[in-house]
Ligand binder design. Structure first.
Ligand code: NAG
Ligand code: NAG
Ligand code: NAG
Length: 510
């Protein structure tokens, strides 16, 4: 889960870059004819079953990204309606109760979700293209054509093979046979992520040995060795070849949207993720880049992926990891289980020994924590990651702790209630009411299962840990604490506590 969130932060930054270039397109021309078809559960199958190729957006009326997409999508629909053959764009309000079955059928998990449906809806594929009108048009034109385009001339090669992207070419003496079929099957399978072409003349291609006659697969890439060949035509081996060769040794994260797909791949990998952040405009950036690359080459295939990020583009990541700019240059490694390792104020020569020490298990895990508050005199005690052990686990007290987020409405509603509970226990030294800002502090995910805010836990003085599942009322919380607290250590307190609470209750009545 932690890893998902970090992707969001990176992508958030990327979305801003991507959208800034095309925000100004049409709001005026919306009125007249709508090119996007509106479908619902009554007519979805009828329409879709008649189409070889149709694009369906599942949206919700309240979703901001959907609203932003709508004019672009409509514009693309209008352009594509005169494509030969016409390409149909449709939408389904997946928020409508009656359409929810459709949404489930197409595994809609977020909004907007766009699907490309082929063969009368028999085959569904995720839309992974851009969200601006021109981008949508270009992407869908490609998707509606053959999965692999034939390259017959140098011009074909130049127009198809984009220097900024992965492109995969099969070279074949003839366009038939098992190798060609396996290549085509792979192109069909991976067409939403990669572009494919085939040719019988390797001399047309921009790089690589031009005398080969094939069968051979050549993958062009905008980084590292720039192209790589393979001759293994087993479908699985081909796929593995494509996936592995299309990952850079070091993924670059900056404001260039061309790097976006590689950043996404980086985060989708199950590997531990090493991220070096520095200011790319600074003159010291070069020695860092070359040293980092050496380390990445050295640890290739050892379960670590490497990314280098420009400070300017990495605000989201900094916030997420609780990092500050004065720690730059820094390297942070995040394992798939969420554990993090940090080396701030790094020098180029530190990289290799530090990564090796990490590999050898010699680097202690890093946790994000707010500073320990200097005074903590409010009724509800402030806990930060660095005081969680002391206050919750080592204090020998009964502790109710709330994990909250500053922006969360339910947390705001709960705050005065917790305050009252804390006040009513003020004279009971064996009970602590506490709160922790879970957006600013790491919490051990093997101990606390925090999926939403607020999440409350109760730890009794004798060490039992329970997730609070009672009412979020003063009475409910107090009842729960009384039921679950460790009675043996605080018998003598009961009277004063009862008194406090009955006084409090009478106050309420006034
Ligand atoms: C499908 O049905 C809905 C609801 O009746 C209607 O609004 C929509 O226009 C129909 N779509 C098509 C393409 O007929
Ligand atoms: C094509 O792929 C299939 C399935 O992986 C495999 O059995 C077959 O050997 C492949 N053909 C060639 C020529 O590699
Ligand atoms: C990066 O370095 C350049 C040149 O030294 C400087 O102008 C810029 O403000 C720095 N960026 C950040 C985010 O510190």
């Amino acid at each position: 889960m932690a890893i998902r969130v970090s992707i969001c932060f990176f992508l958030f930054a990327l979305t801003i870059f991507a959208s800034s270039s095309f925000t100004r397109i049409s709001a005026e021309e919306a009125e007249s004819k709508e090119f996007v078809l509106t479908l619902d559960h009554t007519n979805f199958s009828d329409i879709v079953s008649k189409q070889d190729f149709i694009v369906v957006e599942f949206y919700a009326p309240w979703c901001g990204h959907c609203k932003k997409l709508a004019p672009e999508y409509e514009k693309a629909a209008s352009v594509l309606s005169s494509h030969d053959p016409p390409i149909t764009l449709a939408k389904v309000d997946a928020n409508e109760e009656v359409n929810k079955e459709l949404a489930t059928e197409f595994e809609v998990k977020g909004f907007p979700t766009i699907k490309i449906l082929r063969n009368g809806g028999k085959h569904a594929q995720e839309y992974k293209g851009p969200r601006d009108a021109d981008g949508i048009v270009a992407y869908l034109k490609k998707q509606s054509g053959p999965a692999s385009a034939e390259i017959k001339s140098v011009e074909d090669a130049t127009s198809l093979i984009d220097d900024k992207k992965i492109f995969i070419v099969g070279v074949f003496p003839k366009f038939s046979g098992e190798e060609f079929e396996n290549f085509t099957a792979l192109a069909e399978k991976l067409r939403s992520e990669y572009e494919f072409g085939h040719t019988s003349d390797a001399k047309l291609l921009p790089r690589g040995e031009s005398s080969v006659t094939g069968p051979i697969v050549r993958l062009f890439k905008p980084f590292d060795e720039l192209f790589v060949d393979s001759q293994d035509f087993h479908v699985d081996a081909l796929e593995k070849f494509v996936e592995e060769s299309s990952l850079p040794v070091v993924t670059v994260f900056n404001s260039d949207p061309n790097n976006h797909p590689f950043v996404v791949k980086f985060f989708n990998s199950p590997n531990a993720k090493a991220m070096l952040f520095l200011n790319f405009s600074n003159e010291v950036a070069d020695p860092f880049q070359s040293k980092y690359r050496e380390v990445a080459e050295q640890f290739k295939g050892e379960g670590i992926s490497f990314l280098i990020g420009d400070l300017d583009a990495s605000q989201g990541a900094f916030q997420y990891f609780g990092l500050s700019e004065d720690q730059v240059p820094l390297i942070i490694i995040q394992k798939d289980n969420g554990q993090k390792y940090l080396k701030p104020n790094l020098e180029p020569d530190h990289i290799a020994p530090w990564v090796k020490a990490y590999k050898d298990g010699e680097v202690p895990a890093y946790k994000k924590s707010e500073p320990i508050p200097e005074s903590n005199n409010e009724p509800v005690k402030v806990v930060v990651a660095d005081t969680l052990q002391d206050i919750v686990f080592n204090s020998g007290k009964n502790v109710l702790i709330e994990f909250y987020a500053p922006w969360c409405g339910h947390c705001k509603k709960l705050a005065p209630i917790l305050d009252e509970v804390a006040v009513s226990y003020e004279n009971d030294a064996a009970v602590v009411i506490a709160k922790l800002d879970a957006t600013a502090n790491d919490i051990p995910s093997d101990t606390f299962d925090v999926k939403g805010y607020p999440t409350l836990y109760f730890k009794s003085a004798n060490g039992d840990l329970l997730q609070y599942d009672g009412d979020r009322t003063k009475e409910g919380i107090i009842e729960y604490i009384e039921k679950n607290r460790d009675k043996t250590t605080s018998q003598d307190k009961t009277t004063s506590e009862d008194k406090t609470r009955s006084q409090d209750a009478s106050k309420d009545e006034l």
